[in-house]
Design a protein around this ligand. Structure first.
Ligand code: PRP
Length: 176
């Protein structure tokens, strides 16, 4: 699928994303008052959200990443996401929050949550900036959600199309 000539239509501005992050970080700070959670960002898309969310939290955290990919260079999920980079920190007995840029079909995150469960964390929660529901294929609980967006191919703020657009400060829909 070629999206070279597509237009970008703004869906969430950088300012609106900041507001979502402030709301999420206030809730996480309240829920983890006496804890030191480990934030696990899902590469690559979550790198910007994790950077901003972690700096917005007024509490000690540890940070690591897990690699997962289901889309490759395609717009359609392969339906078989794989772990491409393992977590480096020992999460056994720890409070873990998985940080995702977007939950779409839910297949990637379901696989990651199941995988991290096998590592024996004390608790495991999910935080996602975008809850996109039109293609959801699994029942997945998002403990800390930023914005619900029903449909569209989204890019920017970590999200890519063919590795492009990740560095845009807002989130955009690719429109023909
Ligand atoms: C994207 C995104 C999520 C996943 C969500 O990753 O970062 O991890 O897809 O889609 P799903 O809910 O349909 O599984 P992608 O596989 O595109 O890799 P990337 O983060 O490296 O771009």
């Amino acid at each position: 699928m070629s999206k070279q000539n597509y237009k970008l239509e703004i869906v969430l501005s950088g300012q609106e994303i900041d507001q979502s992050i402030n709301r999420i970080s206030a809730k996480i700070s309240e829920d983890y008052k006496n804890a030191k959670p480990i934030l696990i960002g899902v590469l690559k898309g979550a790198f910007i959200f994790l950077a901003d969310l972690s700096r917005s939290l007024d509490m000690p955290v540890e940070i690591d990443f897990i690699g997962a990919s289901s889309y490759g260079d395609k717009a359609q999920s392969s339906g078989k996401p794989k772990v491409t980079k393992e977590i480096g920190i020992n999460v056994s007995g720890q409070d873990v929050i998985v940080v995702e840029d977007i939950i779409d079909t839910g297949l990637t995150t379901s696989m990651i949550m199941r995988h991290i469960e096998t590592l024996g964390p004390k608790s495991l929660k999910l935080c996602a900036l975008i809850d996109k529901r039109e293609r959801r294929q699994t029942d997945i609980k998002i403990d800390y959600a930023g914005n619900i967006i029903q449909e569209g191919f989204l890019v920017g703020y970590g999200l890519d199309f063919n590795e492009k657009y990740r560095n845009l400060p807002g989130i955009y829909k690719l429109e023909p």
